[in-house]
Design a protein around this ligand. Structure first.
Ligand code: NAD
Length: 228
């Protein structure tokens, strides 16, 4: 069975109503990312950071998978599919995809601010200041902030050379180290990009760029791959 690795970013969830953050204003839901998504922001103003992610979590819980998430599930009928996502939402899982790797964490989980390996599913949409882990430290969102290590990268890098096909959907490839994954693609793999403003990547691989929105272009691409 051929293996497809799908790399997804914020753009795949845009049509589910979740905003990307590298829009034309460079903000994420009106916030400068350095005020809400860095360890320094958490040190400076944990209430603000907590409130920001509580709002994001509420939006994720209200959102539904769109046609692009649902089509990727269908791809499993013919291929071994691994989704490596930069997204912190759970829309791939809710669409039924069975093999999803989250590089930047999952907003539906809290983690200990003393030991990030201690994870707790969140009841409802809020982590409150004063909610503590078993070590007695404040719970924080289980998301990787700018400047923090990305523990899942090693596993993701290991998987890349095994892909016969790589599909990049809705990522500006502006975020390090996720944007280095193409360095590990095998030379024989075919690469597809789905994005209205597809990022430029320098590759010797056969490359097809489908300019457009994910909910329209991904189902078309999946049909083509299922029939090829
Ligand atoms: P990004 O915001 O840097 O880039 C988004 C990309 O999606 C752009 O290339 C844009 O042209 C494209 N896009 C916009 N609308 C699209 C659509 N309808 N269909 C297809 N593509 C579309 O996103 P990134 O590269 O994923 O980096 C952002 C970081 O922010 C990630 O680390 C992620 O953790 C975080 N983030 C996550 C979410 C989420 O979980 N849904 C939302 C916002 C930001």
């Amino acid at each position: 069975m051929k293996k497809i690795i799908v790399l997804t970013g914020a753009g795949i969830s845009a049509e589910s109503g979740l905003k990307t953050f590298r829009g034309h204003d460079g903000l994420w839901e009106g916030y400068n990312i350095y005020d809400v998504a860095t360890p320094e922001a958490w040190q400076r103003d944990p209430e603000l950071v907590q409130r920001f992610y509580n709002e994001r979590r509420k939006s994720v819980m209200e959102a539904q998978p769109n046609a692009a998430h649902l089509a990727l599930k269908k791809l499993e009928e013919k291929y071994e599919v691994l989704i490596i996502t930069q997204n912190i939402d759970d829309l791939h899982e809710r669409a039924g995809s069975s093999n999803v790797m989250h590089l930047h964490g999952q907003i539906k989980y809290a983690c200990s601010s003393k030991n990030p390996a201690l994870l707790y599913p969140i009841e409802g949409y809020e982590i409150k200041m004063g909610d503590l882990c078993e070590l007695g430290s404040q719970l924080r969102p289980h998301v990787v902030w700018f400047g923090e290590p990305v523990p899942m990268m090693t596993k993701a890098i290991h998987e890349m050379p095994f892909a016969d096909v790589v599909i990049l959907i809705g990522s500006s490839l502006a975020v390090y180290p996720a944007n280095t994954l193409f360095d590990y693609v095998s030379s024989g793999a075919k690469v597809y990009i789905v994005d209205p403003e597809a990022p430029t990547i320098s590759l010797k691989n056969e490359l097809v760029v489908l300019k457009g929105k994910a909910a329209e272009k991904v189902p078309e691409l999946v049909e083509m791959l299922l029939n090829s």
